[in-house]
Design a protein around this ligand. Structure first.
Ligand code: ZN
Length: 135
């Protein structure tokens, strides 16, 4: 498996507007817009930082994974995403190594990226996302 870089940090927020006013308004990061991923009940907002991005996650429903995360652990860093060269290959390698996965197969996330999550019990508590995209 080849990991190319940290693609983004996923940060759970109660409010995209409040998040934006900090990350963009105070820190001065560019904001590249929001996208709602209906299947995940989440609206994402991206703030490019050099070669990586900050991804804010605002739940669109009280029973969505981000709402549940905030309920349990509060706002904050929810996942770390690594860009991989080939996500199918990476998942096959992890399965062969016995790593617990949330997603057995890649699915489509924000920006049309192929994404898959590893189970936090396999990573000492960090929700790790793999993603593959072409840009
Ligand atoms: Zn993500």
């Amino acid at each position: 498996m080849k990991i190319l870089k940290i693609d983004h940090l996923g940060i759970a927020v109660n409010s995209m507007e409040e998040g934006k006013s900090f990350w963009s308004g105070i820190l001065g990061l560019d904001f590249s817009g929001t996208e709602t991923v209906a299947e995940q009940k989440v609206t994402t907002g991206f703030f490019p930082v050099g070669d990586s991005e900050v991804e804010l996650l605002e739940s669109t429903a009280p029973d969505g994974p981000v709402a549940k995360y905030i309920e349990k652990r509060g706002q904050g860093i929810q996942h770390v995403a690594f860009r991989v060269e080939n996500i199918e290959e990476a998942l096959a390698e992890l399965k062969a190594k016995g790593v617990a996965l949330i997603d057995q197969e890649p699915r489509i996330g924000a920006g049309g990226a192929k994404i898959a999550f590893l189970h936090p019990k396999a990573t000492h508590g960090v929700l790790v996302e793999l993603c593959q995209r072409d840009d």
